[in-house]
Design a protein around this ligand. Structure first.
Ligand code: MSP
Length: 641
């Protein structure tokens, strides 16, 4: 059996998982499921990138060890992947001891070969951000640079480090791209990579002495291996490298590395060069998708515009998110996320078209046959045509999925689903139902619908696996894989439950995104009873959005004795709050703790700091605040009701 090895990038643990990470991971999962349905033996790898300065700093800001931070955030990734039905074979963490040993082995091997060598790195260093700035950063009047992150002047720093001889691989890389034009998809990204390499490659510094949180260089523990050398190696260490037997021999080279364009250069230039240096086979293909944007900007933690999938998951099943992300954006293009677009897409295609087809068919089988088909049906050419159309559909959809045109493939499946809905209208089975002489025809129509639904269901299964499993169960046909599905002439089915209940956009928006607007045309004729003084209605209560948040950083506001400035993770964003509690709570009492905040309070500026929301605390007669203790297993972002 041929094998197929798919990977996602390993995600940094200084970020919480958002729709962008979910997109890559769902895509890789769907591709893996598709290849498995085709008969490949698959291996799907994902994980987390836990070393390096960013994580070191995030942890320091929270007053915890980097590994403690990583342990916490990893659970957020694993939880989300479980909910989204991501079926990975291994979740690798760069802190896993077998990975660390594998990275050191690779480093030593390339060092012995002479393509890693010691030297001095000279660069413009930002003392405040503790990092080198790129050569493209703006020059300062004194001949240094201006740090693009904090705007301060940098200084020239020289430190001992090890270099990778990247310059020696320019020609070999160009030859490799020319001989493997399919290496990068879409092809426009390949052109970008080729032009980058043609501009000339400089040797790459691949260790740091200024960063401690990472894999130590073997025999030189003052030096830490650069995060990208460490991170990229995960694709081989996960399979057992340096052992080259077992999973490694079965699955390497990778068939597909999936990622967004932000990390193209690392994967398309550095990674192949590292592997060439280690005399190993190169990955077969890299699929580069676009970015999900929010309000036309890339979703990212630093911009504070990330979308938390849990908000959607409160209203929709995981399959709806999987479907939307795969259906909406053409591969390679950026896409702007709109909640309205999401709800409309799901309500139209999954609820009205697909789920409705299944419940109509299931309802009729229950009503007219008590879920049991007794005998031989009678068919007309219309039924044979549906089968032939299906076979054509399958060919087209598989070709689309093969070329990563998931949106086109799903669109075609929905055209077929609509064709089946029209078939019901045209065949008018409800008219046959009352007529004894039409029983065999009625069976023919309904059995054909079951076969067509089961067949189309398998094409949808890589993208919406949980609901596809339910459809198989409804119709008592557990067989997975492609082809025209036929349970035969005599079979029974189970009852059908609604698959994608319709979500009312008004309710969604009222609950999730904006506090409901005050009606401007309140009529004196309304007969809603007035509430007694001091009593509020449930609707009024619902306007206050209280959520569980985690304090990620806390500090005293300078020159005040009461105010603390808190940075909190609400599950949907990271924001700042100012609270008058500093006489009773020290910053370290709160860092890492879960609290409840009023999330939709109008922002206020306090001592020049914008405070977005309010922390909930009980107030004693002495004026002392008491912050409630939240059970540790309460998810961040959970809403108080
Ligand atoms: N740790 C490195 C990757 C090392 S792989 C050997 C890293 N991590 S990351 O957490 O920043 O993840 C980047 C990847 O997350 C992107 O390449 C993409 O796959 C996914 N995405 C993060 N934000 C995204 C969007 N807004 N839109 C689409 N994908 C996004 O880089």
């Amino acid at each position: 059996m041929s094998t197929f090895f798919v990977t996602t990038p390993i995600y940094y643990v200084n970020d919480i998982p958002h729709i962008g990470h979910a997109y890559t991971t769902i895509m890789a999962d769907a591709i893996t499921r598709f290849r498995r349905a085709e008969g490949h033996e698959t291996y799907f790898l994902t994980g987390t990138d836990e070393h390096g300065q960013k994580i070191e700093k995030s942890a320091a800001a929270q007053g915890i060890e980097p590994k403690v931070l990583a342990d916490r955030v990893v659970e957020r990734f694993k939880d989300l992947w479980r909910i989204l039905d991501i079926r990975y074979d291994r979740f690798i963490r760069t802190t896993d001891p077998d990975h660390v040993a594998g990275v050191q082995h690779l480093f030593r091997k390339v060092l012995e070969k002479g393509d890693i060598y010691p030297g001095d790195y000279r660069g413009q260093y930002c003392v405040s951000c503790e990092g080198y700035v790129p050569e493209t950063a703006e020059d300062s009047p004194a001949g240094n640079k201006i740090c693009p992150d904090c705007g301060k002047e940098t200084e020239l720093l020289t430190e001992r480090c090890y270099f990778f001889r990247l310059s020696a691989y320019e020609d070999r890389l160009l030859r490799f791209y020319a001989e493997n034009p399919d290496f990068i998809r879409p092809v426009s990204r390949m052109n970008e990579v080729v032009s980058f390499v043609k501009m000339g490659l400089k040797d790459l510094s691949i260790t740091r002495s200024t960063v401690k949180w990472g894999v130590p260089v073997p025999d030189d523990p003052e030096q830490t291996i650069y995060v990208w050398f460490d991170a990229l190696s995960n694709y081989i260490t996960a399979l057992g490298y340096p052992e080259t037997t077992g999973d490694f021999s079965r699955f390497w080279p990778a068939d597909l590395h999936v990622m967004a364009k932000d990390i193209l250069r690392f994967h398309a230039v550095y990674w192949p060069a590292f592997l060439m240096a280690a005399e190993m086979e190169l990955p077969r293909r890299e699929l580069i998708h676009g970015w999900w944007l929010k309000d036309e900007k890339k979703m990212s933690k630093s911009r504070g515009n990330v979308l938390d999938p849990h908000i959607l998951l409160k209203h929709f099943p995981a399959d709806a998110i999987r479907y939307f992300l795969m259906r909406e954006a053409p591969i390679g293009a950026d896409a702007n996320f709109s909640h309205q677009g999401f709800i409309t897409r799901i309500n139209t295609e999954l609820t009205n078209d697909w789920a409705n087809l299944i419940s109509r068919a299931g309802g009729m089988i229950s009503r007219y046959f008590d879920n049991r088909f007794p005998g031989q049906a009678e068919y007309t050419p219309a039924e044979e045509e549906l089968r032939e159309d299906y076979l054509e559909l399958e060919k087209e959809v598989r070709a689309h999925f093969d070329t990563y045109a998931f949106n086109r493939g799903l669109e075609r499946i929905m055209e077929y689903v609509n064709r089946l809905n029209r078939y019901i209208v045209e065949a008018e089975p409800w008219k046959m139902a009352g007529d004894e002489s039409q029983q065999a025809r009625l069976e023919g129509v309904l059995k054909t619908l079951v076969r067509a639904i089961l067949s189309a269901n398998e094409l949808l299964a890589p993208v919406i696996p949980a609901s596809s499993a339910r459809v198989r169960a409804f119709f008592n046909h557990p067989h997975e894989g492609f082809g025209w599905k036929d349970p035969g002439e005599t079979f029974t089915v189970q009852g059908v439950d609604p698959l994608f209940p319709r979500v009312d956009p008004k309710e969604f928006f009222a609950e999730e995104l904006q506090p409901p607007r005050k009606s401007t045309k309140e009529s004196p004729m309304t007969d809603t009873p007035k509430t007694p003084e001091g009593i509020i209605t449930f609707d009024e209560f619902k306007k206050v959005r209280m959520v569980v948040a985690r304090v990620t950083a806390a500090e005293k506001v300078e020159n005040t004795d009461k105010l603390l400035r808190l940075t909190v993770d609400t599950g949907g964003d990271t924001r700042t709050l100012v609270a008058g509690i500093s006489q009773y709570y020290a910053p370290e009492d709160l860092t890492g703790r879960k609290i409840i905040i009023v999330a939709n309070l109008q922002p206020a500026t306090i001592r020049g700091i914008e405070s977005k929301g309010m922390i909930l605390a009980a107030s004693g007669q002495d004026g002392r605040p008491y912050i409630p203790v939240i059970p540790e297993d309460t998810p961040v972002g959970a809403v108080m009701r």
